[in-house]
Design a protein around this ligand. Structure first.
Ligand code: SF4
Length: 370
């Protein structure tokens, strides 16, 4: 029996996504809620088809430098929350950050992601991020690679300074777009301020990434809502990660969710945004399930961390780091087995260039229209 006859509803939705027709919220929740193996396989096959159509068998590799685990905020899910007395705290010096970034660049990553908590050292007063800007400038100069920064919420002036310092990407995850859940996950933080930072960054010509966290009390409708916001933001990259309980936090007793939800979310993101970048993060399970994340349609491997420099992941502070599995050589055998490979550096630079040029054109059109 043809797939279309066996699963008419599913095949109709998949056909719509192949034709780049928008899916409704109920179609998205239907896909996210699938539990039957054959149907899930069809979703993954379609996601892989779409990824191959836009990116061939190439993946992009992101080096991750979590250079300060200090933070003024108190997110309930995060080990780095200010009040966590059990948190592993460090703030790497400029030379340590440069060493890590250089090692990552030499290993062949396509991008360096500089991540920190909202560290009071770097955010001494509103709009003042001088030492962060110096660090960014030096990493950019030293490595010559595209740069993503994940510094938390910053002002428009700081975003404009990021542009001058050569920042290519601004990542600042909402984690959920359900405002009530957001208020629980990110107490005393402003939903709209966080969201509008991404809009401002994009207006300034910076590529943006939005993120969803699964297993924190969200419903399938909440994930569908996140996808709608991601569409409205027009992000260049969308990531989903599974919650991992962190010692010393209010959510430490909550179980990590089944990875099926994350995998289905990756696949549905691919169906909805076939030419956007969608990461498979090593920060949840290390190398385990990397294959499944790629088979769900991811085309970026994130959270590659140089071993033995005392650098931490976000969800998994140490998993696979010092063993060297979260490195370019560490992921290469799996890519090879899967018939995939790391993209050439110029492929990534060209992708970035095309996306930034499109942003600049849109901004110029906007100015003309205004
Ligand atoms: S998620 Fe980010 S902002 Fe929240 S406590 Fe952790 S490091 Fe700070």
């Amino acid at each position: 029996m043809a797939e279309r006859d066996r699963y008419p509803k599913l095949e109709e939705i998949l056909e719509k996504s192949l034709q780049r027709k928008p899916l409704s919220a109920s179609e998205i929740t239907y896909l996210l809620g699938l539990t039957e193996g054959n149907k899930i396989s069809r979703v993954f096959q379609t996601a892989q088809y779409l990824r191959a159509k836009h990116f061939g068998n190439k993946v992009f590799l992101y080096g991750f430098v979590y250079f300060s685990t200090y933070c003024r905020n108190n997110c309930t899910f995060c080990a780095s929350r200010a009040s966590n007395k059990l948190a592993l705290r460090y703030r790497k010096s400029q030379s340590e950050v440069l060493e890590a970034a250089s090692l990552l660049a030499e290993s062949g990553v396509h991008l360096i992601d500089l991540t920190m908590g909202e560290d009071p050292f770097y955010c001494r007063s509103e709009g003042e991020h001088d030492s962060l800007l110096t660090l960014i400038y030096k990493v950019k100069t030293e490595t010559g690679l595209p740069l993503m920064v994940s510094p938390g919420v910053v002002t428009k002036d700081v975003l404009a300074e990021f542009v001058r310092a050569g920042v290519d990407w601004y990542a600042c995850y909402q984690e959920t777009h359900n405002r009530q859940l957001f208020a629980y996950l990110r107490p005393e933080q402003n939903f709209d301020t966080r969201l509008s930072g991404k809009i401002l960054a994009k207006q300034l010509g910076i590529l943006i990434e939005e993120g969803i966290l699964t297993g924190v009390g969200e419903s399938l409708s909440d994930i569908a809502l996140s996808m709608e916001v991601i569409r409205a933001l027009g992000v260049q990259q969308a990531r989903v990660m599974s919650f991992v309980p962190q010692i010393g936090t209010p959510m430490c007793d909550r179980k990590s969710p089944s990875r099926l939800r994350e995998l289905m979310t990756i696949a549905v993101l691919r169906l909805l945004f076939p030419d956007r970048l969608i990461p498979a993060s090593l920060d949840v399970d290390g190398l385990d399930l990397l294959q499944e994340r790629l088979e769900a349609g991811a085309n970026v491997i994130t959270s590659l961390i140089p071993p033995r420099l005392g650098l931490s992941g976000v969800s998994q502070p140490s998993l696979g780091i010092d063993e060297g599995s979260r490195t370019v050589p560490g992921v290469a055998p799996l890519l090879n087995e899967m018939g995939m490979e790391a993209a050439a550096p110029q492929d990534y630079s060209l992708w970035i260039y095309a996306e930034k040029s499109a942003l600049a054109r849109r901004s110029a059109n906007y100015e003309v229209a205004a």
